[in-house]
Every structure is written in C-alpha cells, then in structure tokens.
Ligand binder design. Structure first.
Ligand code: ADP
Length: 272
C-alpha cells in the first residue's frame, strides 16, 4: 500500500479563537514496505499527521491517496482502509481491558467478523511476533510489566494483519531497557513482514539506527525528508529547532558506514 499526501493542510477549530493550523501543505509519498521515522517536537504535528493515515481525521484541504486512490472520494471504503492501516496510539496499554491477554488481542479480529478459531490463530501469530511468551496468554493484561503490556497492545493491532503499521511514540514512559527491546522488536517485525512501518518519536536517538527514512516535522511543516545520514548532516539546523544530539548521531552514522565500531557512549564531539 503506497501512501501519498498532496498539499495536505489541517486546521483545528477553524473559524474560532482557538484555530490552529496544525499541518501546512504536506506533500509526501511513502512506498510500500518502507520503514519510516517521523520526528519532531511536541506540537510539531506528528499525531495530527498520522491520524490522517487511516482516515481518523480528514484533511481540511488537500488529498490522500492509497495505491493511487483518493480516500476522500465518494464511495471510498474507509472501513477497509482502517483495517489495513493499524494505528498504535501513545500508551496503547491504556486500551487493554479484557480478562486475559488472548481475549484482548482477539478483540480487533473479532470486530472484523472473523471466527473464534481464526481470531485465535491471528492472536497467536501476533503475540509471537511481539515476543510475548505463551505463559502470559491467559493472564490478566493488568498483571503484566510495562513493556509486556505494550507488546500485548501492539499485538492487538497486528492481529488485524495491517499492511501499514503506525506507532505513535511506542517507547514513551519505558525505561531504557524496555525502550531498546520494543524498538528491536519493531525492527524485527518490519524485517519479518512486508508491512510499511511508520514510527513516530520525539527522540532522534530512538529512531536513528532503525529506519530507512526520516521525516522531520517542525511547526506543522516537513522540515526534512531524507535518508537518515542526509537528515543528520543538517545537525546545526536541527539543533537550532531543539532536536537533541543530531551531530553526535550523524558522526556515529558516518563511522558505522566506514565499518568502524561505535558505541552510544563514545560521544564527546568537537564542533566541526
Ligand atoms: P505532536 O504529535 O507533534 O505533538 P500534534 O499533532 O499533537 O503534535 O499537535 C499539533 C498542533 O495542533 C499543536 O499546536 C497542538 O496544540 C494542536 N492540537 C492538537 N490537537 C488539537 C486539538 N484537538 N484541538 C486543537 N488543537 C490541537
């Protein structure tokens, strides 16, 4: 599923005193299967942007195409799009509510009208993909650790077998170990499937080593959209808008490309 946005604008509360132009003339194309990072400050428009991806909010102006089809055209099957684009919200574990993990993960496919057997097949597949062990399947989701809860919640979206998986700040609130585990798991997911994966973060470090492409949002606009190395080469401009440690990240990438081992701690860098 390729995604294309053409001159997308979004304005909250248009015509009121609270009017906010949250997205300004966004043009971008995401081919099927790409692993994309969307980065930017709080308030830069990331959440607004990704809610366009599954039609949750409709552009005030501009058009969104999936596989070349205008999703705002009359007769477009928005419900099918919602099934194909899985959105994992921030703190997705807040949406866990069933008596056990298996039932929770089955909830989405059940809503799609699948049989109990098929739901369980999909739930098992999804739970394996997120690396949650079988012994947890019949436990209450509330008895899991923070990282496990988040895995269960992500499995709930994967069980619907989306073609595009969008994760909004999947590491928010996790400790460094939990954060690395979730990111490694997401990278593994992308490798194992032909899904497009879109990872939203406000942390350059989080996404730097995983994605094929980085879209930098700033004040509702796309500031950069390129492969990580070229995005990091703008480290001065990135620092100017307050995106942390891009110079270090850039240099780490350069070294990695030259085949030199780099550790995250090796980071005292002179001004170039
Ligand atoms: P991010 O995800 O990068 O933090 P958002 O997309 O949430 O950014 O927000 C973009 C801008 O839109 C911000 O200025 C924010 O305050 C504003 N905004 C977000 N949601 C709403 C809303 N429901 N009503 C009004 N303004 C909003």
């Amino acid at each position: 599923m390729s995604i294309k946005l053409e001159h997308v604008n979004y304005i909250y509360s248009e015509g009121t005193a609270y009017e906010k132009h949250a997205l300004k003339d966004i043009c971008l194309e995401i081919p099927h299967g790409q692993f994309v990072g969307i980065i930017g400050h709080t308030g830069s428009g990331k959440s607004t942007l990704i809610q366009h991806f599954n039609g949750l909010i409709k552009a005030t102006d501009g058009v969104l195409y999936y596989n070349g089809e205008n999703i705002y055209a009359d007769g477009y099957k928005m419900k099918e799009l919602r099934n194909q684009v899985g959105l994992v919200f921030q703190y997705p574990e807040h949406q866990l509510f069933e008596v056990d993990v298996m039932k929770d993960v089955c909830f989405g496919p059940k809503n799609q009208g699948l049989s109990d057997e098929e739901c369980e097949v999909r739930a098992r597949e999804a739970l394996q993909l997120v690396g949650l062990k079988e012994k947890y399947y019949d436990r209450s989701p509330f008895d899991l650790s923070g990282g496990q809860k988040r895995r269960a919640a992500i499995a709930g979206v994967l069980a619907m077998r989306p073609k595009v998986l969008v994760l909004d700040e999947p590491t928010a609130g996790l400790d460094p170990k939990g954060r690395d585990e979730i990111l490694d798991q997401i990278a593994y997911l992308h490798k194992q499937s032909d899904m497009t994966v879109i990872l939203v973060s406000h942390s350059m470090e989080d996404i730097a080593k995983y994605v094929d492409r980085i879209i930098v949002m700033n004040q509702g606009q796309v500031m950069y959209d390129d492969i990580p190395k070229r995005v990091f080469s703008h480290y001065k401009e990135l620092e100017r808008v307050g995106l942390a440690a891009p110079q270090v990240t850039y240099i780490m990438h350069e070294l990695k490309e030259k085949g030199l081992a780099v550790s995250a701690e090796a980071t005292t860098v002179e001004e170039a």
